[in-house]
Design a protein around this ligand. Structure first.
Ligand code: HAM
Length: 454
């Protein structure tokens, strides 16, 4: 291999370039705003953890742990793993820092990269980004409903109104064995029709077989018993309560009697939100209740929890498919344009003074022509151009050109900063006046009804 080959990003990872990062910033800002309204606090856990955390939390026999983790040994011979998800780390941090004892620290959100070595395709990458939220310390059905409402509030605030919510229940540890027995007996009856992978899963992870995408397996398991029919009375009541709370907020949902999630820590409620515009990788959000996870991570006490995580790449794709236009702050307010050595020096100082006054400014640092500098100002969609030519220098003026209406005026150098601040404020107010009226103003709070009920 050539020493000098041009290095590229790793398959399944992607550079987010300027142009895209601004859109991501807007979306992340909306997430933060909604999280603040719902009173969730941000938690940032490390990007790598002890491998054990995920092996125990997510489960040894899941695809994530058995095939998809980026695991490596550090110099001390410890096995470490790049986090494939955020829930196990949050629960680890909750236990490690005894956050439960602090009373108010029970609702968390996070945002950041996760890593899974899956086959890359549209909407599926190896480094992807999630935002997620967790409520820890309660098994109240209101927590399950709140977590779902929270995610729907985020996508509503983003303007994404085509989604379908699927919910299910996996019951608890007590009612699981009866179901498992029934399912394994059913699967043994159709074993010959299953793919090799699924045959191997009958004893290790039989529920996963219900999620196999191969046509043969899907046909063979079409009549498999659903988990939902084996809930004990407590789990059944819990599930009914979650459904009622969603109905009271007019949230449309479909019950999926055999929903399978790719992580073993779930008990009781599970859910997924899909976006119909996304093709094969259509899940924009997944989540559920994990009442046994803390104990799997070594807690002597039972610490119930429920949460969701949403894929940012998929949300960006869904917003694009829906034609949602994100509102950006202007990137460039003022472009400083100069002709000649002395004008450039003067503008260099003024540029920094304006920036210190909070104005987003750009100026050419080379010796391009005034025409080229003006073209650049327009390309950046600057609101105002400040132009200094020979004559302006002699008269101690700067030409201020409003690039929106084309009006030009001469302003003495010493007045330029307050004048620019004033002009920008006026342009900002004019833009607000021109904004179309918010169609949701006067919302009766009836709830998130835009989702299409399946
Ligand atoms: P998950 O269903 O594995 O759940 O992932 C949540 C979301 O992350 C998916 O619905 C999808 O939008 C996105 N996602 C997952 N893998 C990829 C990928 N390879 N490329 C792009 N996007 C992806 C969890 O991670 C759980 N921790 C959710 C949770 C929180 N459960 C309880 N609390």
């Amino acid at each position: 291999m050539s020493e000098n080959r041009i290095l590229k990003s790793i398959r399944g990872t992607r550079d987010l370039l300027p142009g895209e990062t601004e859109a991501w910033d807007v979306v992340e800002g909306v997430v933060r705003e909604v999280m603040a309204i719902y009173q969730y606090r941000e938690i940032r856990t490390p990007l790598f953890e002890e491998t054990q955390l995920f092996a125990r939390g997510i489960g040894e026999h899941t695809d994530i742990v058995s095939k998809e983790m980026y695991t490596f040994e550090d110099q001390g011979g410890r096995s470490l793993t790049l986090r494939p998800e955020g829930t196990a780390p949050v629960v680890r941090a909750y236990l490690e820092h005894k956050l439960g004892a602090q009373g108010t620290l029970d609702k968390f959100y996070y945002m950041g990269p996760m890593f899974r070595q899956e086959a890359p395709q549209k909407g599926r990458t190896r480094q992807f980004h999630q935002f997620g939220a967790e409520i820890i310390g309660t098994d109240a059905p209101e927590a399950d409903a709140e977590i779902i409402l929270l995610f729907l509030a985020v996508i509503d605030a983003l303007g994404l109104d085509s989604w379908k919510l699927h919910i299910g229940s996996l019951g608890c540890r007590e009612c699981r064995p009866a179901y498992r027995e029934e399912l394994v007996a059913f699967l043994k009856g159709v074993e010959d029709l299953l793919c090799e992978d699924c045959r191997g899963r009958i004893d290790t992870n039989p529920m996963r077989i219900l999620d196999c995408k191969r046509e043969g397996c899907r046909l063979a398991t079409a009549k498999a018993p659903g988990r939902i029919n084996f809930l004990d009375p407590e789990c059944s009541r819990h599930f009914e309560a979650v459904k009622t709370l969603l109905e009271e907020r007019s949230v449309p949902f479909t019950v999926d009697p055999r929903m399978v999630r790719g992580l073993d820590y779930y008990e009781r409620t599970t859910f997924e939100v899909v976006n119909p515009d996304l093709g094969a990788q259509d899940a924009i959000c997944g989540g559920g209740r994990y009442d046994g996870l803390a104990e799997m991570l070594g807690s002597v006490e039972r610490v119930p929890g429920v949460g969701f995580a949403a894929g940012l790449e998929r949300i960006m794709l869904a917003l694009e498919a829906a034609g949602v236009e994100l509102e950006f702050e202007p990137l460039c307010e003022v472009a400083l344009v100069h002709a000649g050595e002395e004008a450039r020096r003067r503008m260099f100082t003024l540029c920094d003074v304006l920036r210190r006054a909070g104005v987003a400014c750009t100026m050419d640092l080379t010796e391009r022509s005034v025409k080229a500098q003006m073209r650049e100002a327009n390309r950046r969609e600057a609101l105002i151009a400040l132009i200094t030519g020979e004559k302006d220098l002699q008269e101690n003026n700067i030409t201020v050109k409003n690039l929106v209406d084309g009006v030009e005026e001469k302003i003495p150098v010493e007045k330029i900063v307050p004048v620019i601040l004033e002009r920008l404020e006026a342009m900002d107010e004019a833009a607000i006046d021109e904004e179309p009226e918010d169609p949701s103003a006067g919302d009766d709070g009836a709830g998130p009804q835009q989702g299409e009920a399946a």
